[in-house]
Design a protein around this ligand. Structure first.
Ligand code: RNT
Ligand code: ZN
Length: 354
């Protein structure tokens, strides 16, 4: 162990000298990187199941493959698993919680969630000096069975999800107040159709109206930051996605709601790295869901590949470390779930360092 440490230190000293010749101060960069916060997604630990007492993910165009032993069975277990994963990631980070990870809530009353259902998460975050981010859960629910939520033509369903989204923003704001660390509240909805729809316009109009109503409730932006996440297609929404890239690009233009780019949510040959400068020329912030799509939006564990390297390079070259929020979003249940967190987190940090 000691010898190993000595070897690492010697190798570092050599590298440091070589970098110095190129005018790069490695100590300064290590210091910068130690202050970088990534948001670790709680849902990798239990395959996006949550604790509402159902069997987990159904519908919504997201899928988890695998059945590796050791899936977290309750929030307490999930948090200790997260602690283990975080112990393998240098730095102080954030944890990204989904609404389905509520505790002590009567099953699936997502429109009635409040901060009391997340008090354990908050005190845990406080104890571990972590920030929290938050997400509405618009899937795996009877009210989402039709495949439409905020854009539903059924007013009862649309209203239910509007109330859910409002509750989520309130919770996210309270989390930020409690922790004194801003909380990003992200909205991703699965709405779309498998086959060619007759009407592409009205669902988008309803989504716009829903978002207007949800985001109209004003909170101090020093605490609550809102984000909306687009998608190209999902399983079951191949022909039409209501919340497409163009929709959200237009929806957020000129406003304070930020865009969320998930690396799996574009055409496989599209570069998210190339989008950074185009977006940040017009706005101050961007949320990334760092993921790895293999052939489709498969949500594989992030590894240190060209895509992630070019992404980080672009953040660096545009000097946007303070503007781009980095969150992880993948779910692989075919390998140890804690390893999946650690591998993806470390790859992301390593890419940033490089
Ligand atoms: C789905 C989106 C979304 C989810 C999480 C669970 O395609 O990427 O961000 O992965 O909210
Ligand atoms: Zn995502």
């Amino acid at each position: 162990m000691l010898q190993n440490k000595k070897n690492i230190e010697q190798a570092y000293a050599l590298a440091q000298a070589r970098y110095r010749e190129l005018g790069i101060d490695t100590e300064k960069i290590l210091d910068q990187i130690s202050r970088l916060k990534i948001s670790l997604h709680c849902w990798q630990g239990d395959d996006v199941g949550g604790f509402e007492g159902n069997d987990g993910l159904s519908g919504g165009g997201i899928q988890v493959t695998g059945n590796y032993p050791g899936k977290a069975r309750c929030a307490g277990e999930l948090r200790t698993d997260l602690e283990k994963a975080l112990s393998l990631l240098p730095g102080k980070h954030k944890v990204n919680v989904h609404a389905i990870y509520a505790e002590n809530s009567s099953t699936q009353n997502r429109h009635q969630l409040d901060i009391s259902h997340f008090s354990e998460w908050i005190s845990w975050a406080k104890k571990n000096r972590l920030g929290l981010d938050f997400n509405g859960s618009f899937f795996s629910h009877p009210m989402a069975a039709s495949g439409f939520t905020l854009s539903s033509s059924d007013e009862k369903i649309r209203r239910y999800w509007i109330n859910h989204a409002k509750a989520c923003r309130k919770i996210a704001y309270a989390m930020a107040r409690e922790l004194e660390i801003p909380c990003i509240c992200n909205i991703w909805i699965p709405d779309g159709s498998k086959d060619i729809p007759v009407d592409r316009l009205e669902p988008r109009r309803r989504l716009k109206n829903s978002l207007d109503e949800i985001l109209n409730e004003k909170y101090d932006a020093a605490y609550l930051r809102d984000a909306v996440e687009s998608k190209l297609f999902g399983i079951g929404s191949e022909s039409y996605v209501v919340g497409s890239h163009e929709f959200y690009l237009q929806y957020t233009a000129g406003g304070s709601t930020m865009l969320c780019f998930d690396l799996g949510h574009f055409h496989p040959t599209e570069s998210i790295a190339d989008k950074i400068s185009a977006i940040l020329l017009f706005r101050n912030e961007l949320l990334l869901h760092v993921s790895r799509g293999v052939r489709w939006d498969s949500d594989h564990v992030v590894i240190l590949n060209d895509e992630i390297l070019s992404l980080m390079r672009e953040i660096n070259r545009t000097d946007s470390w303070r503007k781009v929020h980095i969150a992880l979003d993948y779910f692989d249940a075919s390998i140890n779930r804690i390893a999946a967190w650690a591998i993806g987190g470390r790859a992301t940090l390593k890419a940033s360092l490089l």
